[in-house]
Design a protein around this ligand. Sequence first.
Ligand code: NAD
Length: 481
Amino acid sequence: MVSRIIQVPSFDLVVFGATGDLAQRKIFPALYGRLLAGQMPSNAKVIGIARQDISTNKFRMLVRKSLDVYFQLSSVSDKLINSFLQCFVYVSVDANSDKNWDLVRSELRPDKIRAFYLSVAPELFDKLAAKIFAKGLSTENSRIVVEKPLGSNEKSAKALNGMLRNYFKEGQIYRIDHYLGKETVQNLMALRFSNVLFEPLWNSKFIDHVQITVSEKIGVQGRGAYYNKTGALKDMVQNHIMQLLCLTAMEPPSQFVSDLVRDEKLKVIKSLGTVSELDIVTGQYWENSSENFFRDVGDQNTKVESYVALKVSVNNLRWSGTPFYLRTGKKMRDQVSEIAIIFKEISHSIFDDQKAKARNKLIIRLQPNDGITLKTNIKDPGLGGMRITSVPLDMTFAEALDINRYKVANAYERLIMDVIRGDQTLFMRGDEVEEAWKWIDNISRQISSNQIPDRYASYSSGPESSDLLLDRDGRKWRSIK
Ligand code: NAD
């Protein structure tokens, strides 16, 4: 299968925070990925901006270094890399100062799509958006790109949206949740809405429950101070898991266009039931007295959670009676991101073998090995009567699509190209973000007033109390390998 490249118009991409981790590790390698795919317009320009006083040459060397990490550049011609690096220029600007903004303006071309990517701490969003506006850098054809954290509660999310809308129209604001750029996440929509097979069964009549898991093996790493103000609920559930929940639960939009898709996601968030204290489990990882969550966040008394599990109801006709169990945690046994659709037992089995009652399961894997598994029951091969066994119909995209020939774009590649193209389908709208925070705020209040997180062993499946959350409903979490 050959990947189809749809060309994008030429652009000026202004990356604030261009020397930082996100820019160097994700944004610039994504652009290079698009160059390799043949999608990067030859006269595109990237204007890197940060506080450091460095030359364009030094900046290009930084970009080259980060590309070395992600691509085996030795296998690519120097000519290609050098022409790619020629697209990059650097201007030193401090968001708090008026200096050098005229240099930024002089780099911008009047006839090009303009995108301002705020790859900086959120405290700088306000200052930068105001400066972009005040210095007359923004045009009708401009977009602004921001990324999590988009507020820390409903109030701050509203303030952020209000601030952005002072300078940009909603149609110019691109709020990235990189989960939406993942191949499998979009495949969830393709699977649901382009196969006659699934949609008739996609409701509480046939689906017993849904499990959404995002587990990480890493701890809080160097982000201890940030994490101690955030926790698993706000860091992962409000954004990434919420998006997975929305795409799983939403009604089909009448067309695959941005506002119609986002309208349907918003309806799901508005249908989420209030989560009771009994349906929330929190935890903190613990290896030993010197290796633990408390040390990692630098706070011996912290009540912030490194793990959260929730039982959630979607209160509408389609999902009434089908719970969604969500969990995410750090220092878990393995790195897993998946949506598991667990179907109901067959209502009447004609076979003696109880295994014929094994539930069908549809597992949508984001990682590892992006793909889809459908657990089905078949006859155990051979003689000896009608014995039934459960087997997976397994499709790993890498194999099914022959990954050597079909390079699946990473999430940032797709999302940056969508920004240039002006397609907001895979970006969160302001009202979605606010509504998600509103729902999270209620859970967050309960966690801070009622919950003392349970301890769980590092590299385990989370706290025992999390198993009880499902046990009491006669269900079990899928194992984290
Ligand atoms: P970072 O600290 O590595 O980089 C920050 C960048 O901002 C640097 O280039 C720095 O020079 C620049 N900067 C700082 N103060 C400035 C000022 N006053 N004026 C101009 N430039 C200034 O941060 P990061 O990890 O790249 O993250 C950037 C943003 O993206 C943060 O909001 C973060 O939460 C978010 N984010 C990061 C990641 C990631 O993988 N790193 C993932 C998701 C979201």
